[in-house]
Every structure is written in C-alpha cells, then in structure tokens.
Design a protein around this ligand. Structure first.
Ligand code: PMP
Length: 359
C-alpha cells in the first residue's frame, strides 16, 4: 500500500478528478466558453493595465472596487452584498463549507452541475440528488417531497440547468424557496443567455443566494464568480474564504472589462442569435434529439444502443471537434452529448461533423 493510500480518505480514492479534455488543435465546444476574444484596442488597454500592477503586493483582501462595480453593473439589489470566488466553483466550496454541519444534507436536481455533489463529499455532507423526469423537466412535487423528508441545509438549483440546458419554471423555484428549511442557491451561470433571473427579487427572500460567473461572457480564464445575498449570509461565507482568493490580475482586468460590459453583452448576443440559428439545423439531423435550451449550449441525444453517444463523440473528435460526452454518468444522460455554441463558422463545422458521424 502506498503512503498516500494509507491516509487519503477512501471516498477521495474512489472518486475521479473533474475531467477536462485536451483541446489542442480542436474546435473547442466542450465547456461553454465564449468563442470570442477581446477586440484589439481593449486587449491592448488590458495589457497596459496588467503591466502597471504591483505583482509584488498581495491583493486587497476585500476586493472592494470590483465588488462595488459588480453590484452596479449586475444590478445587485440595494441592501445585498457580494461574495467573490476564484470562479463560481470556489463560491460553491465556500458556501458548502459554511453550512457543513455534522449530518447536514445537500440537495439538488439530478443531473446537474457536478461540483454541487463534489463539494458535499469534500465536506462530508450527504448529497441527495432528486432525479429530473426523462425529458429533463423538474418534478417539483418530487423535489418538495424530498425536501420535506431530508430537510436539506443547502439546496442548489442551476437556473438554467447544466448539463441539460433547460430553465425550470419560475413558479416551481418560488415554491422550493418558500418550502426550503435552509438555504437555496440559484446558480445563474447561464443567465446571460436566459433572460430570466431572480436577482432583482433577491431581497424578497431571506434564504436565497443568487450566484453568477463571468466565465460564460468571455472571461473564463480570469476565474471570477460571485454570489449575492443578504449581508448576514455573505458575512458568514467570507469567514470560509481564503483572504486573497481574487488575484490582482483578475481584479484589475475584470474591472476594465466590466466597465466595457457592452462589448461582452454584444458577444453574448451573437452567441444567443447563433443558438437560435443552429437549433433547427441540429433538429434536422436524423438520429439526433435536441433538448430545449436557455443557455449557450444544447444537450442532444444520439439515437441507438448504449455506446452510440460515445461513438459519435469519438467521430466528432476525429473530425476535429471537441464536445462533452455524458454517457456513463447519470442514467438519464446515456448517449447524450453537450454541444457548446461557438462562432458561426465553428457551428457550421459542428453541424457538418454531426451529420457525418450519424449518417
Ligand atoms: N455553475 C454551473 C451551473 C456551471 O455550469 C459552471 C461551469 N461549467 C459553474 C458553475 C462554474 O463556473 P466558473 O467556476 O467558471 O465560474
């Protein structure tokens, strides 16, 4: 037995690390990034800002300038505060850590974003996934019944949901917030493509956090996520936060880019328009079922026996296109691929490659 095997927690030994495929040389449609870089003039200004930073100094621990700007540009309601994370992944970690009482339960629809369950495991909490229906719609009655039975301290709802792409009905989410015995976090990572949001109504609910990220609007590489709630929540989460978690480059560049948010909004609008243009093209491909999406990706199922999805994934990869294969995960996801919306040219390549893979 190795020295590590003697002491590493068995459940950590048993798990797989979060997999991110090597995309070298491939059309990268696997992790919902924006396909657009910065315009040259803005990129140049960003370079000048970075050159002037005092990299020898620690960041300002409160990142108050960036937090103030996020409140303004993201229209965080007055009276609510903001937690910053190194990606919203890190907000998930801090929120879970804060609520990790002995025996507490974490609940989410399933399938949903993998990190909700992973952080529950890291903090020794019991994770309860409440299965979506076969068409990936939310069974609200089943969710409410599971909450009544398990009394979760923490409920995660990705709105819209990843990896399925759909946004659950507002009325269902309201019922879940009202019935939850603990905290509900609405993970609005895909809000820029959905429109609907609970952000303006945040102050209405005592037990609600709205979490977002800048990753899907062109800043995935910066690693910046944020969670908004009443100050008593944010104060508690901040106690679990690493003091310098937002580095000086991220803070300075995010400030510059959020001051130029119309540029990012225009890019997101192009992605949204592409989603609508591509949808019928995908729907016309024989052997492909495309599920409704309010995000910057489509979940699609390949017809055929188990293995058909992975074969299509491999064929796409051989044709130079990287998507995400969900076979072998949640049972509802067999033969499902997740297709991120790219530029018009990338999407043309994707559609042609799918046709070839399924012919
Ligand atoms: N929440 C959801 C629902 C996601 O899909 C993702 C990214 N795939 C994240 C959070 C994490 O995003 P980031 O850490 O880049 O902010």
């Amino acid at each position: 037995m190795s020295a590590a095997a003697k002491v590493v927690r068995p459940e950590i030994q048993a798990m797989h690390a979060y997999q991110v495929a090597d995309a070298t040389g491939l059309v990268k449609l696997d992790v919902m990034e924006s396909p657009y870089g910065l315009p040259d003039d803005l990129a140049k200004e960003v370079g000048e800002i970075v050159a002037k930073l005092s990299l020898n100094r620690y960041p300002v621990p409160t990142a108050h300038k960036l937090r103030a700007l996020i409140r303004e540009v993201m229209q965080v309601p007055a009276g609510c505060d903001v937690l910053l994370g190194n990606g919203s992944d890190e907000c998930i970690q801090y929120i879970t850590a804060t609520l990790a009482r002995e025996g507490a339960v974490v609940m989410a629809p399933a399938p949903s974003f993998a990190m909700f369950a992973m952080h529950a495991l890291f903090f020794r909490l019991r994770f309860v996934g409440v299965s979506l229906r076969e068409d990936f719609s939310l069974d609200c009655e089943a969710f409410l019944a599971a909450m009544a039975k398990e009394r979760p301290a923490l409920v995660w709802i990705a709105f819209p949901n990843n990896p399925t792409g759909n946004a659950f009905p507002l009325a269902d989410i309201e019922r879940i917030i009202a019935a939850a015995p603990g905290l509900v976090v609405l993970d609005e990572a895909y809000q820029p493509f959905a429109g609907a949001t609970f952000m303006p109504r945040l102050a209405e609910f005592e037990n609600l956090v709205v979490m977002r990220t800048v990753s899907k609007i062109g800043m995935a590489g910066l690693r910046l996520g944020y969670a908004c709630a009443r100050p008593e929540w944010i104060e508690a989460f901040n106690k679990a936060r690493s003091p310098f978690n937002i580095n000086v480059v991220t803070e300075a560049v995010a400030i510059k880019l959020l001051q130029n948010k119309p540029v990012l909004d225009a890019q997101a609008a192009k992605v949204l328009a592409e989603r609508e243009r591509v949808r019928p093209e995908l729907q016309r491909i024989p052997g492909l079922t495309v599920f409704p999406s309010a995000a910057n990706f489509f979940l699609a199922r390949i017809a055929g026996p188990n293995g058909a999805g992975t074969r299509a994934y491999e064929s796409l990869k051989a044709q130079g296109v990287l998507v995400k294969d969900f076979s072998g995960g949640h049972p509802l996801m067999e033969n499902c691929l997740r297709l991120t919306i790219g530029t018009p040219e990338e999407n043309r390549i994707l559609v042609a490659a799918l046709r070839e893979a399924l012919k």
